[in-house]
Design a protein around this ligand. Structure first.
Ligand SMILES: Cc1cc2nc3c(=O)[nH]c(=O)nc-3n(C[C@H](O)[C@H](O)[C@H](O)COP(=O)(O)OP(=O)(O)OC[C@H]3O[C@@H](n4cnc5c(N)ncnc54)[C@H](O)[C@@H]3O)c2cc1C
Length: 453
């Protein structure tokens, strides 16, 4: 009986999983494999979430007669070794978008072909629409502007979301290392969400009932926290983006349309990164910035990381990030704009900090959203600066978000919450809060001078 290996990467689920379906349709026995590769070692929040995902995947496989095989080391070497042990004929995996993922696929293909085995790389497993599946007229290899991409993306047919397989037979002789344990991961955020496909499906079901209907009006309400929180599940693939699109469309209404549009943003960034993998580290559209560096800039960056910039909505967002390993999208926009435009510090410094903490930290979404905010990416208004005072008043009008995350300001009346202000003598005794690290006008001035060259 033929054997196939299904190599899991960012697709840790049983439902709607094309590599597993293909493997099961051509081979009687399948080895579901996850390789703990030091080259893609994640920081604690994502490591802990990953442990949940692997435990849940293993449980789901066991319920179907199979199990998850875990190995450590270089993905290509570990997979090739397993293929030999199991005498597998083929390997199935999801297509990735990064330079690392492309190189991994090529190395694995070469290693397998040298031994007469085959690699099948499946598209549209990680995204709903595969990068490159829709292209602009002319010779460009990707869309650089969201709106025309969105128009074409909406018309693209999607495969039907497939159910989880009923049964999986794993060759008995194949051994596994123990699964990583969430409890063994230290330095995680105290409010970190649980991972795993069950949790993803539970969240999705709850989201589709009451949540999505009001999404169009409430997605920017910082205190309302009325977004899906599905991002870590989409990142780890415990939820299929294709299935999320289908189920949201079936729910219908303006909220569903707005939500599906956000899923399109996800695909948009993935197709940019697939075509321009260098954009993970280099300016997509260089603006010849002379970013601030040196001790003063370092101190301001530290204040930003600590949530002590003196701008309450920015600080609230940064403290939410530290506490939950997740941040509301409006908070991400504000915090990123504050670093890249108001402090005028290189977006890569902020992107790195986000990647260190975000449980949904994702190369395509993080780096390209940072570039969008910094004005080096796909935003058609690269020099716009988000004013944290006006944004705070608009998206946190009652101050509830600030009060939740900056307890030192508890009791400060709503109209005063968003500043900018310095605490007066009497207030200083009452509230624990720093002065602004920079006046907004000075920040703007530094940005304009630095960017204009
Ligand atoms: C500076 C910055 C950094 C970011 N870093 C990441 C990151 O590392 N990982 C990540 O998944 N998202 C990132 N985002 C996008 C967005 O903030 C999060 O996807 C969203 O806040 C997750 O919450 P949610 O699942 O409740 O989103 P919802 O509002 O419920 O949206 C549904 C899904 O759509 C996708 N989505 C929503 N907004 C965006 C967007 N702007 N770009 C791409 N996809 C989007 C996400 O997969 C999200 O789960 C970043 C945004 C900014 C401004």
């Amino acid at each position: 009986m033929n054997v196939a290996v299904v190599l899991y990467t960012s697709d840790l689920r049983l439902h709607d999983h094309p590599p597993m379906r293909a493997a099961l349709s051509s081979c009687g026995r399948v080895v579901p494999l996850f390789v703990r590769d030091p080259a893609v070692a994640a920081p604690p929040n994502r490591l802990a979430f990953l442990a949940d995902c692997l435990a849940d995947l293993d449980a789901g496989l066991r319920a179907r007669g199979g199990r998850l095989v875990v190995r450590s080391g270089d993905t290509v070497a570990a997979t090739a070794a397993l293929v030999r042990q199991a005498d597998a004929d083929e390997v199935h995996m999801a297509a990735g978008v990064s330079t690392f993922a492309h190189a991994r696929e090529e190395r694995l293909r070469a290693a397998l072909e040298a031994e007469g085995r085959r690699l099948y790389v499946h598209d549209a497993v990680i995204t709903a629409v595969a990068p490159g599946a829709v292209l602009p007229a002319g010779r460009s290899d990707h869309f650089a502007v969201f709106t025309p991409y969105h128009r074409r993306w909406e018309q693209q047919p999607l495969r039907a979301a497939a159910p989880a397989p009923r049964a999986i037979r794993v060759p008995a002789a194949v051994s596994s290392e123990p699964l990583p344990e969430r409890a063994a991961v230290t330095d995680t955020s105290p409010g970190l969400a649980p991972g795993g496909e069950h949790e993803a499906r539970r969240l999705l079901a709850g989201w589709l009932r009451p949540g999505i209907s009001r999404y169009a009006e409430t997605h920017d309400d910082l205190a309302g926290d009325a977004t899906s929180r599905l991002s870590p599940h989409l990142h780890f693939g415990t939820l299929s983006a294709t299935e999320a699109v289908h189920r949201a469309r079936a729910a219908g209404g303006p909220g569903a349309d707005a939500f599906v549009r956000q899923l399109c943003w996800r695909d948009f960034h993935h197709q940019v990164l697939a075509a321009r993998p260098g954009a993970a580290a280099r300016d997509y559209r260089p603006r010849h910035d002379r970013w601030r560096t040196g001790p003063a800039a370092d101190e301001e960056v530290q204040a930003w990381k600590d949530g002590r910039t003196g701008y309450p909505v920015v600080d609230a967002a940064m403290r939410q990030l530290a506490h939950e390993g997740w941040m509301h999208n409006r908070g991400r926009l504000l915090a990123a704009s504050f670093l890249a435009k108001t402090l005028y510090v290189d977006w890569r410094v902020g992107a790195r900090h986000f990647m260190d903490l975000l449980v949904d930290g994702d190369l395509a979404n993080n780096q390209l959203n940072w570039q969008w905010v910094a004005g080096t990416g796909t935003d058609s208004r690269p020099n716009r600066v988000l004013n944290p005072v006006r944004q705070g008043l608009r998206y946190d009008p009652t101050g509830a978000y600030v009060h939740r995350w900056v307890p030192g300001l508890a009791g400060l009346p709503a109209p005063r919450v968003h500043g900018p202000w310095r605490l007066g003598g009497l207030e200083r005794a009452r509230y624990d809060y720093p002065d602004p690290v920079v006046e907004l006008a000075d920040g703007l001035d530094r940005f304009r001078r630095g960017r204009s060259g």
